[in-house]
Design a protein around this ligand. Sequence first.
Ligand code: 3PG
Length: 400
Amino acid sequence: IDELLAAGVAGRRVFVRADLNVPLDGTTITDDGRIRAVLPTVKALADAGARVVVASHLGRPKGVPDPAFSLAPAAARLGELLGSAVAFATDTVGDSARETVAGLADGQVAVIENLRFNAGETAKDDVERGTFADQLAELADLYVGDGFGAVHRKHASVFDLPARLPHAAGYLIATEVGVLKKLTEDVERPYVVALGGSKVSDKLAVIDQLLGKADRLLIGGGMLFTFLKAKGYEVGTSLLQEDQLPVVQEYIERAEKNGVELILPVDVLTSTEFPDLKTKAPANPNTVAADAIPADQLGLDIGPETRKLYASKLADAATVFWNGPMGVFEHPDYAEGTKAVAQALIDSPAFTVVGGGDSAAAVRILGFDENAFGHISTGGGASLEYLEGKTLPGLAALEG
Ligand code: 3PG
């Protein structure tokens, strides 16, 4: 982007592909981290006199307009953070978008409506995606890719549009890629990775890579129960992905062979039912040993001994990557595991990277100071796929 700015952007229409996919409670944004993350790029362009057209997806609407997924709240928040009015187009490539962009003065910013209100954005078919990209290209003279959270998606605005306009990476993408490169290329050891989240199937590819890279792997979240089961323990009614047991078993064996410490909880918090996340009514969980989960109970967080164990395993790390909450942190009775890992990262002198929409939102929602971490990534799937060593369409397109 610095080259683009140096060449001069005054009066030019610049399409900024951001990731404004923020968590919403109705129309209230519960974590605006992703909007704040794109501010440096938007500000730099606006200050240089560009006419900035910010675009993003939000949620997964079905290719047609759906008010529940409107970007209007995100546009309003962007305006507040910029301290200046932000125009909002109520469609993506229709009359409203064309008129809004045509009405921009130098240095002004507009947001167009959710890109996924148009089926062409996510289409598998190259021609359909290309047609939508052609329409988007009419709105701008230049393209800046800064939606790191979406670079793993081969979508029209991420992959096809940059091929149609002079393009550059924004500040956020440059920062995110710089950090992840550090984790993959010249990582300082011990390199400790804490992985949580609900589904083990989402994490298999990254675990596969990490078994050749990390020194230590700490397992938490819903996926830990598939690991416990693979070790031969009963897990009651806990979340379990039976079909993944053989591969998880293979990983446990490979960790041992490779000298990677694969660490599982020694105790967990359980209950007979999933907690009410709306009322947050007290759940009175039981603390049980990881190899003694009662048949009628499900595990919902790591236990107190595990919190201590994981904190000690993080204490001497030189580099930490953390992805995925350790438990159902949205309920206060099951937030302690996630809090303990967050606190251990804060206390550690290591270079700490929090990857992932969920864990990033968790540290902010739980009230931690985000500046206490080395880096909080705005990309969940994107940072994992980067660590898996995959080619990310949105990054490849910017290099081309
Ligand atoms: C995310 O939240 O990880 C990104 O915004 C991508 O969203 P998606 O998984 O719906 O493509």
